[in-house]
Design a binder for this molecule. Structure first.
Ligand SMILES: O=C1C[C@@H](O)[C@H](O)[C@@H](O)C1=O
Ligand SMILES: [Co+2]
Length: 298
């Protein structure tokens, strides 16, 4: 890949999982960002242990050569919580802007089961036409608010949410304005479809509307167990559904090729939530970084 186009980050979720705070609670913020730098990354998303004071956070990150490139934001438009979502979004946007990020990765969490004890392959929400209209109206407004600061809004398709499958991504991309973007997460698409090709098709189809990338690998045998036993998303995470690129079933070479061919400019963020007691975060960060060096040439 062309090194001048792409920056490499890693998410703190491999050290401490904010969806399951028990996982990695012993890992400190300082350890996390120091190990990110040690493994060769220059960017990070934001975890709950990060200082919220932007001056303090900037100083601690600058010491390690790390920049903030994005932070997760939950939206609740389909639940009818537009006013609160917009208010919270503006505060989140201003924090990220102050930190120098250019994109805001959002996920529609109305009726999401990703944090619940429900079978991830059986009980996800399905949006109706009225839900989709609320979603489009909300995301079109977020895009305008982001543009006020020269930033972009992208939606994170996610297991257990109303926008998980390629058909749901198509619907979303169809009904929002062109200035609303997509966050491509390899792990969530592969997990949902069980198919490398389906994942690549989404990437190729929307490459010009993708402004942020999460690199997540998947362990097929854990997905099979999740399916067979009706496990929840988080039960799967604890068992090791996800891992760093190169350690699971996904071949990232064609992903890098599509991104490179279309001159993708932005961040690729390794995001591999698993139990840090079983998968040492520094060791796995180094493993993921080496794989990217070997396969993407950056
Ligand atoms: O981007 C992400 C953020 C996490 O909180 C989430 O559950 C994870 O799977 C993900 O892709
Ligand atoms: Co992700």
């Amino acid at each position: 890949m062309k090194a001048e186009n792409v920056k490499l980050g890693i998410a703190p979720i491999g050290w401490t999982n904010d969806d399951l705070p028990e996982i990695g609670k012993e890992n400190t913020f300082e350890q996390c960002v120091s190990e990110m730098a040690l493994a060769g990354f220059t960017g990070s998303e934001v975890g709950s242990k990060y200082p919220r004071d932007t001056q303090i956070l900037k100083q601690k990150l600058a010491l390690r050569g790390i920049q903030i490139c994005n932070a997760w934001f939950s939206t609740f438009f389909v639940d009818g919580k537009k006013e609160q979502t917009i208010k919270d979004f503006i505060a989140h946007r201003d924090f990220l802007y102050e930190m120098g990020a250019k994109v805001i990765g959002c996920s529609e969490q109305s009726r999401s089961i990703q944090g619940q004890k429900k079978a991830i392959f059986k009980e996800k929400p399905i949006f109706n036409e009225q839900d989709w209209a609320l979603l489009a109206e909300g995301y079109n407004e977020l895009a305008k608010l982001a543009a006020e600061k020269g930033m972009k809004v992208c939606l994170h398709h996610h297991m257990g949410t109303g926008i998980q499958t390629p058909a749901e991504i198509d619907k979303y991309m169809d009904i929002v304005n062109d200035d609303v973007y997509l966050l491509f997460d390899s792990g969530h698409l592969y997990y949902s479809e069980g198919s490398q090709q389906a994942m690549l098709d989404v990437l190729a189809k929307y490459i010009d509307r993708i402004c942020h990338v999460h690199l997540k690998d998947v362990r097929d045998e854990v997905v099979a167990e999740v399916k067979a036993n009706g496990l929840s998303f988080l039960e799967g995470v604890v068992k090791g559904t996800f891992t760093v690129p190169g350690d699971g079933v996904i071949d990232f070479k064609p992903i890098f090729e599509i991104l490179d061919k279309h001159n993708y400019k932005g961040w690729m963020v390794v995001e591999a939530e698993q139990d840090p007691a079983l998968a040492n975060p520094l060791e796995y960060a180094i493993k993921g970084r080496q794989y990217i060096r070997d396969v993407a040439g950056i």
